[in-house]
Design a protein around this ligand. Structure first.
Ligand code: ADP
Length: 397
């Protein structure tokens, strides 16, 4: 059997994994991918597909089998035990927070684990879950190399004015910074654009990552200059269930009304955004085209604030050569792309409706001052690449 790299992405309600075959030096070929979803819910499920999209596993789990992340890992581990006869060469993990110091991925050791555990307070909803499989593998299979790949690392190139809040320095030193997230996706897009459109990527580019979490990143020559997301994955653009940018005074008001921390957290992360605005759904598929005025308002708010967020980034780049849409909504919703571009028409953004409706890679008209692109993202491949690069380096050292 060929060597493999396993990519893990452990979240609060899902555990995703991808397996890549590799020669340990250069090649990476996607072999299979799957996930346990609905962790902690009433009807968790386990699904795995191979590289031809053939379903290898598709089953509902009993709630107690996937009550938490630990048990879900056992489901995945047991399945791997039946089909994979050789341990992976290394495991690459998606870790949401690398803190102020990590500007690239890192090989996991005792010291690194301590540092990453200390960052849990900066991203309590994500970091703890992301680190869970790191701990399990470290304790049970200490010989397997593990690599931590960060969503924040890509943005460490931002200048200080874009990295700070207007708070006393004490808070900056404590780590209260505008980190920015979705960095693994932005790295993938920057690489793919550099390959397919090198002249464009050498310029001023904004990438809009519109998934259930959403942010936009301004790049100069492929390096992050500014992001709509800040200290947590709550700030910036409105999202499926997260509120996006909001006056901090609203939180003070909620506290004064006697709302608890957990209630506010739940409201802002789980009940806001498209879901809160519409009162109907968090899913663009159910809102776009829905005649209910609340759905229309939610979609209007969403696209207006995406456009506003994008223009807010342009001071960092002093202009815009290209706009790239990616992630679940960015890749699949012509309606959202069209509405966002309409708001940006004053900049010289001109979208071709036919190309847009057909999800083509370049959807701008020939007259457009700004190129508009649709590029599918692939965060897992970036993690696999970063993991392979570190293994290769460790062989050389
Ligand atoms: P995440 O990885 O953050 O969970 P994704 O990038 O997979 O998110 O995006 C999920 C979102 O993409 C869903 O909330 C859904 O609204 C949207 N989406 C997926 N497919 C479509 C589609 N065909 N049309 C419009 N929106 C879509």
């Amino acid at each position: 059997m060929q060597d493999t790299i396993l990519v893990m992405n452990a979240g609060s309600s899902s555990l995703k994994f991808h397996l890549y075959e590799t020669d340990g030096i250069n090649t990476l070929e996607f072999a299979l991918g799957g996930q346990v979803s609905g962790i902690g819910g009433k009807q968790p499920s386990f699904k795995v597909k191979d590289k031809h999209q053939k379903i290898l596993v598709e089953q509902f789990l009993r709630p107690e089998q996937a009550q938490n992340l630990q048990l879900s890992q056992r489901v995945v581990g047991d399945w791997f035990g039946t089909v994979i006869t050789k341990e992976p060469l290394a495991v690459g993990h998606r870790i949401v927070h690398g803190g102020p110091d990590y500007d690239r991925s890192v090989m996991v050791d005792n010291e690194v684990i301590k540092k990453l555990d200390a960052l849990v307070s900066l991203a309590p909803l994500h970091q703890h879950n992301n680190l869970e499989p790191v701990h399990v593998i470290f304790e049970n299979w200490p010989h397997i190399r593990q690599v931590a790949c960060f969503d924040t690392a890509f943005h460490r190139s931002k200048p200080e004015v874009a990295d700070r809040f207007a708070l006393p320095q004490f808070y900056y030193k404590e780590g209260i910074r505008r980190y920015g997230f979705h960095g693994l996706s932005y790295e993938y897009i920057a690489g793919k654009m550099r390959q397919d459109y090198p002249d464009v990527m050498a310029g001023k580019v904004v990438v809009a990552h519109l998934g259930s979490g959403a942010s936009a990143c301004a790049m100069l020559n492929g390096r992050s200059q500014e992001s709509t997301m800040g200290f947590t994955a709550l700030d910036g653009l409105p999202m499926s269930t997260r509120c996006g940018q909001m006056d901090a005074g609203v939180v003070l008001w909620m506290l004064e009304q006697g709302m608890t921390h957990d209630e506010i957290q739940h409201l802002l992360y789980k009940e806001s955004g498209l879901k809160g605005l519409s009162g109907i759904s968090a899913d663009v598929r159910e809102l776009q085209g829905n005649p209910d005025p609340r759905a229309r308002l939610a979609m209007d708010y969403f696209t207006y604030h995406i456009a506003k967020g994008i223009t807010g980034l342009l001071t960092a780049t002093q202009g815009l050569d290209a706009l790239v849409f990616t992630a679940g909504i960015g890749e699949n919703s012509p309606r959202v792309r069209y509405e966002v571009c309409k708001h940006l028409a004053w900049l010289g953004v001109s979208i071709d409706p036919d190309l847009n409706d057909n999800n083509q890679a370049c959807i701008s008209t020939p007259e457009s001052n700004i190129g508009i692109y649709v590029i599918p993202t692939n965060e897992e491949r970036v993690i696999a690449r970063q993991t392979l690069a570190l293994i290769r380096d460790s062989h050389r050292a």
